[in-house]
Structures are given as structure tokens and as C-alpha cells.
Ligand binder design. Structure first.
Ligand SMILES: Cc1cc2nc3c(=O)[nH]c(=O)nc-3n(C[C@H](O)[C@H](O)[C@H](O)COP(=O)(O)OP(=O)(O)OC[C@H]3O[C@@H](n4cnc5c(N)ncnc54)[C@H](O)[C@@H]3O)c2cc1C
Length: 504
């Protein structure tokens, strides 16, 4: 198994495959994992609920330290004006306005809905885990092309040739794997060039701290001297590939902030855009795409990394089952079917934000309406639900409303948690009513089984949990055994289920 790219998505996918006993080689273009852009503040990344759950379920969440040391908001401040919990197009929504009682799948003791890490911290944790699982990473070996046949893929990198049964392109937005596979990257062109810069200012008092939406764009000063700018130039400067000079940043910053601020030195700067594109297919034969290789969009509200890590969680076990000969013919295709629509929603979410941030009277009018709506309880709850991925689910067949949703964070009477069950990356049949026939079926289909009451088990008597933690089948009361058997056969062993005589 070859993965192109040792970014967070390639590393997490490698961990998933190695956990399932697959041999994994990562070929990485860069000579070293280190980059100042991976460190705070520019390397800061927000993780949302589905990603946090994924890391928790593999025992990785506890290894992220940064968020544990961040100052918690003090309780009085949270009760007063309200703590900012997130934003849409720069418009904050307040924690005190979010009605979490609407999120009935989230049990007490669920993991957090959002937390902060850095690219450096996340990649370090994933690299250590990958190494412990036997993943081999070859640095300084850019993939230049590949050739696939019905039996395998021959990958060219750094003048060498590597053979594999499968190749996954986690090689970022300019993915060579995607281009070589001939997969179209369809979408919309940018409205702005974004600048991330570390600068010294001769007259820092001229800039406001925090996020500032102005008549011509937006600038954000997260810490003194760390400035992000949005310049609505149609992405022209970024696409020109010109070097980002102090003169360029100063000109843009003066114009956007409507000040005469002066940059005395520029330590570093990079540009990006809100170009929104998505691979029209996440698979071509033996080749797959995940992460930024499959989708790009503006980093507004920070969702790209979350999308990519959840791609990896979705794809890893499906590829592993296929490699081990335990997959139905369409299991691998379900990767595109499940992940593409979620990627498309995130791209639209990003486009919607850009549309109301544009420096035009129409956009400003919409912005004012959104600001009012977000300040309501329903508005804040909706925004938080979308930004934190609370309602993420896959459209799986099954009558129970939880089918296709992330499994609630059950805890059994003896203290066993969902995280402990899923830590080795296998699926489970959980049986709250201790039905002996379910145990028989689980044994027959080689699915792990746990019986017993959970502390809370809303509306469920039993559920089949895929290795990625999503519910493949569920019953509210007496199970439909044939439906369960079909689900087990489909997701776990790849042959149609034999329908047992129903228990009387
Ligand atoms: C300013 C900014 C802020 C952001 N904030 C957030 C946020 O808060 N939350 C969030 O979810 N997302 C955020 N994102 C997006 C997030 O950083 C990306 O979506 C994420 O890094 C994608 O991970 P990846 O592993 O797919 O790609 P990358 O991180 O781009 O990694 C790709 C890897 O592939 C390697 N590679 C490239 N070409 C080749 C080749 N030919 N052969 C071998 N290796 C190759 C690269 O060197 C790199 O190591 C932000 C992005 C930006 C720019």
C-alpha cells in the first residue's frame, strides 16, 4: 500500500491501514516535516466533532496537548456577554446561545465539539503512531507519476519505481496523483487572495486587534504582528506566483485597513485563496484521493483538515478489508458515495461565507441580516451544528433514525467506553438486551460482540458499528435479524448474508 504525502491526512490514513495489519509506505516530497507555517499561530487548526471522535476512538485524542493548556474562559465571562464559540464569515456565534439539548445523539460525556491544535502537533502525534505501527516514511521522494494495471500500481518517485496494489493520493491541493489519474478538479474560481504574515510594524497602534471587516476586505490580527488579510482581487496576486514582498503586504494592508500603517520588517508571508474545487471522482481503479488532493476551499471556519481526516477514517478500514479479502464488490466505491457529498457541502459552506464577505453593498446588506440571525438561539445552534459537524451522517439503508450516524458515546455499566471498543479499528455488534441470537450471528460473521446495559442508550436495543464508528444497522426493540445479517455481510465479510430462520 503506497500513500503519496505525509501530511496529516496521509499520516492518519497510514495509521488506519497499519492498525488493520496492512503494510504501508508513505512517499513524501518534502525533505523534512518541519515548517514555520505548521507552528502557531499560522499552523493553528480547529478540529470539529467528527474528527475529535475519530481521534478519540483510536486513542490519539489524549496525545494532543496544546488544547489542554489553553486558558479556559472564566465562568463569569461566559455568563455575561457570552463567549465566542465560532464564526460564520467572521460573524461570531456565542456559546450561551447554543441549544445543545437539540443534539440528542450527543450523550453526557461526549468528546468536545471543537478544539485547537497545530499542524506540527497533529503531524508529530500521527508520525509517532505511524512509526509504532510499522509504517515506513521516505522523505524527499516526490511522486512524479504512476501507471496502473488491473493487478497493481507502479509509482515513480525520485527516479525510483515502487510497486503496490493500491495508491492513495494525500498529496495536497496540487496533487500529482489526481492529475496523473486524469480526475477532473471541478469548482469555482477565487474571489480573493488571502495573506498570512508575520510582520513588525513601525506604528502598531494603527491596527486594531482581532478580526476587522472593512469596506474593502478583512484583516485579522490574532497576536501583535501576526496578520491575516483578505484582499478581494479575484485571487490575482496569489495566481501570479509573485514573491510576497514587504511592499506588497504593506500596500494591501494599508488599503484594507484604511490606515497609513508601516511595515518595518516582514519575517514571513504566504498567500492562499478561496478557490473551491472538488475531485469529480475520489477513485480511479486502484487509485484513491483523500484530503486536499480531493477538495480545496477557503479556510474560513477551518474545515479542510477535518474533512480530510474523516476521509481517511472512512477509507482506511474499507481498503484494509479489501486487502484482506473481506469486502463486498462495492465497498470501495462507498468511499466516494459517502464522502463526496460531505465535501460538496463544505465547499458550499465556504462559498456562502465568501459571498457575504465581499466588499459590495449587496453583500454588506446580507451580512447584516446574517449577523441578526446568528444572534438568535436557533441561529447560533444551526451555525454551531454545521461548523462543528454535529449532524454529519451517511445515507445508509436502514429504518432506525440513527443508521448512518456516528455512534453515541456509550459507556457501559462496568465503565467500558466506545473509545476502548473501537481502539483497534474493528467493528462491533453492541447488544443492550443480551440476546443470545445476536451473539451467534456476531460469531458467524466474525464481528466483535458486547452485551449489557449502557448508562444511557437512547432508543436502542442493539446496533452494528462499523470500524469508523458509524452505525451500519440499529434496532429500537426486537431486532430484524435478516436486516442485521445483511448489514453484517455487506460491511464485514463481503458476501451476501444467509437469512436465518427468525427467532420465535
Ligand atoms: C491559513 C489556513 C488555515 C487553515 N485552518 C484550518 C482549520 O482551522 N481547520 C481545518 O480543518 N482546516 C484548516 N485549513 C486547511 C488544512 O490545513 C488542510 O485542509 C490540510 O492541511 C490538508 O491536509 P492534507 O494532508 O490533505 O494536505 P497537506 O497538508 O497539503 O499535505 C500534503 C502532503 O503531501 C506532500 N506532497 C505534495 N506533493 C507530493 C508529491 N508529488 N509526492 C509526495 N508528496 C507530496 C506535501 O509535501 C505534504 O506533506 C487551513 C488552511 C490554511 C491555508
Amino acid at each position: 500500500m503506497i500513500i503519496a504525502g505525509a501530511g496529516p491526512v496521509g499520516l492518519f490514513l497510514a495509521c488506519e491501514l497499519a492498525l488493520a495489519n496492512c503494510a504501508v509506505l508513505i512517499l513524501e516530497k518534502a525533505d523534512t516535516p518541519h515548517s514555520p507555517l505548521k507552528q502557531a499561530p499560522f499552523g493553528i487548526r480547529g478540529l470539529s466533532a467528527p474528527t475529535i471522535e475519530a481521534l478519540y476512538r483510536r486513542g490519539l485524542l489524549s496525545e494532543l496537548e496544546l488544547h489542554k493548556h489553553l486558558k479556559k474562559p472564566n465562568a463569569n465571562a461566559a455568563q455575561g456577554a457570552g463567549r465566542q464559540a465560532g464564526h460564520f464569515a467572521g460573524i461570531p456565534f456565542l456559546e450561551s446561545n447554543i441549544d445543545t439539548s437539540q443534539w440528542t445523539n450527543r450523550l453526557p460525556g461526549s468528546t468536545e465539539t471543537s478544539l485547537v491544535t497545530t499542524m506540527e502537533e497533529l503531524e508529530t502525534v500521527l508520525t509517532h503512531r505511524a512509526a509504532a505501527l510499522g509504517v515506513v516514511i521516505r522523505w524527499g521522494l516526490p511522486i512524479t507519476g504512476f501507471h496502473q494495471t488491473a493487478d497493481g500500481v507502479s509509482v515513480q518517485a525520485g527516479g525510483q519505481s515502487f510497486q503496490s496494489k493500491w495508491l492513495v493520493g494525500c498529496d495536497g491541493s496540487r496533487s500529482i496523483v489526481r492529475k496523473t489519474a486524469g480526475i477532473e478538479f471541478a469548482g469555482t474560481e477565487p474571489a480573493f487572495t488571502g495573506y498570512s504574515s508575520k510582520i513588525d510594524l513601525a506604528d502598531p497602534e494603527k491596527l486594531n486587534p482581532g478580526r476587522n471587516v472593512t469596506a474593502t476586505g478583512m484583516y485579522l490580527q490574532s497576536q501583535p504582528g501576526y496578520v491575516v488579510i483578505q484582499d478581494f482581487d479575484g485571487g490575482a496576486f496569489h495566481d501570479s506566483k509573485q514573491p510576497v514582498t514587504p511592499e506588497q503586504v504593506q500596500e494591501v494592508l494599508r488599503r484594507i485597513s484604511d490606515t497609513t500603517v508601516t511595515i518595518s520588517s516582514l519575517h514571513f508571508a504566504t498567500t492562499w485563496t478561496d478557490r473551491a474545487r472538488q475531485a469529480t471522482a475520489y477513485r480511479n481503479g486502484r487509485v484513491f484521493l483523500a484530503g486536499d488532493a480531493a477538495h480545496i476551499h477557503a479556510p474560513l471556519g477551518g474545515q479542510g483538515l477535518n474533512l480530510g481526516l474523516c476521509d481517511a477514517m472512512n477509507l482506511g478500514w474499507k481498503l484494509a478489508n479489501t486487502i484482506h479479502g473481506k469486502a463486498s464488490a462495492d465497498l470501495l466505491d462507498s468511499y466516494h458515495t459517502e464522502r463526496y457529498p460531505i465535501g460538496a457541502q463544505v465547499l458550499d459552506w465556504s462559498r456562502a461565507q465568501v459571498a457575504i464577505m465581499e466588499p459590495t453593498p449587496k453583500a454588506h446588506a446580507l451580512y447584516a441580516i446574517f449577523r441578526d440571525l446568528i444572534n438568535t438561539r436557533d441561529g447560533a445552534t444551526y451555525m454551531a451544528g454545521r461548523v462543528w459537524g454535529i449532524h454529519t451522517h451517511y445515507p445508509l439503508d436502514g429504518a432506525h433514525p440513527l443508521t448512518g450516524h456516528s455512534v453515541p458515546n456509550f459507556e457501559w455499566q462496568d465503565g467500558t467506553t466506545i473509545s476502548e471498543l473501537l481502539s483497534d479499528g474493528r467493528g462491533w455488534l453492541i447488544d443492550f438486551n443480551t440476546d443470545p441470537f445476536l451473539k451467534t450471528l456476531a460469531d458467524e460473521y466474525d464481528v466483535l460482540y458486547v452485551a449489557g446495559r449502557a448508562k444511557e442508550q437512547p432508543g436502542l436495543s442493539a446496533a452494528l458499528i462499523r470500524p469508523d464508528g458509524y452505525i451500519a444497522w440499529a434496532a429500537a426493540s426486537t431486532p430484524d435479524y435478516s436486516e442485521l445479517e445483511q448489514a453484517m455481510a455487506h460491511w464485514f465479510i463481503g458476501i451476501p448474508g444467509t437469512v436465518h430462520e427468525k427467532k420465535s
